[in-house]
Design a protein around this ligand. Structure first.
Ligand code: HEC
Length: 265
């Protein structure tokens, strides 16, 4: 009976605690945890208007400056970590990363509510951008110009990319070799969705474990597929029509190299 009562009493408490939180990690430890309610109470909280690249229209969000949150989580000197990146973990396994220097720009706002829709509004592809969504107020601060707009955010982590993803590095390949340049492209365009040996995003499949992708898929298929996956399948894999033949060959060299060094067939 006592146990039964205790369970009954505990249930509403747990429900109250379960509102989603954005967690900031540093050095493997939780540095800050904020719910939408916490964010709304912060002094800098305000409504911003942005040209939203997903809705392709003007949108209004309740938001707090990301720089202020990074300072609250990591201290005033966070921007001096020039070699570090900030990793954004989304609920669907998307894991983008951006150099600290990009986030030093004013205009990055962490949205915690759609100012015109209490429960957010689905984006054209169907997903909700909440609970937390990074938007940029400057008209030039677009995805194309390298400003990240990650949605469904759950975790923010500051780390050096080589420490975070050691198993994705093309060890033994010079930076200006074909495999080294392929890694640069992979890091920029692919790693947020794909892992190599388990290191990276989890929206798409791992491309080296247990087998290297170029060991079982023909490069004559892979190269045009990577440029324009939408012409093969209905897929979450975006098109990369700006990748030229040289960059596609370099990606192949990176895949070959990774499979060589990990001994996968
Ligand atoms: C937004 C997420 C996303 C990004 C970014 C992305 N992919 Fe994908 N990719 C996927 C998903 C999801 C799949 C699995 C579904 C499919 O094959 O259509 C996939 C599949 C693949 C496959 C497997 C094809 C096969 O049938 O064996 C390859 C190879 C691939 N991606 C390479 C890349 C490369 C190279 C890049 C960067 C230039 C990249 N992807 C960027 C999501 C992504």
């Amino acid at each position: 009976m006592t146990i039964f009562l205790a369970l009954l009493l505990a249930a509403p408490l747990r429900a109250g605690d379960s509102s989603p939180a954005l967690v900031f990690i540093s050095g493997g430890k939780e540095a800050l945890r904020l719910t939408a309610e916490d964010l709304a109470k912060r002094p800098g909280a305000r409504t911003v208007e942005v040209r939203d690249p997903f809705y392709k229209s003007l949108k209004r969000y309740k938001a707090v400056a990301l720089k202020d949150l990074l300072t609250a989580a990591y201290g005033g000197a966070w921007s001096e970590n020039a070699l570090s990146e900030v990793f954004f973990d989304a609920l669907d396994g998307y894991r983008s990363h951006v150099k600290v220097s990009v986030l030093m720009n004013d205009g990055g706002m962490l949205a915690f509510a759609d100012a015109d829709a209490p429960d957010w509004r689905p984006m054209p592809q169907g997903a909700l951008p909440g609970p937390f969504y990074l938007v940029w107020t400057g008209p030039e601060q677009t995805k194309e110009k390298g400003f990240p707009w990650p949605w469904q955010l759950a975790r923010v982590k500051m780390a050096v990319l080589e420490d975070e993803y050691p198993r994705a590095l093309p060890h033994g390949a010079a930076p200006d070799s074909a495999a080294g340049r392929g890694w640069t492209t992979f890091k920029r365009s692919c790693l947020s969705c794909h892992s190599m040996n388990g290191d990276g995003g989890t929206v798409g499949p791992d491309l080296n474990a247990p087998r290297g992708i170029t060991r079982y898929q023909d490069k004559r298929f892979l190269k045009p597929f990577i440029r324009k996956a939408s012409s093969y399948r209905r897929t979450k894999m975006p098109d990369f029509e700006d990748l030229g033949p040289a960059e596609l060959n370099e990606l192949m060299a990176y895949f070959d190299h990774m499979s060589d060094i990990s001994g996968t067939k």
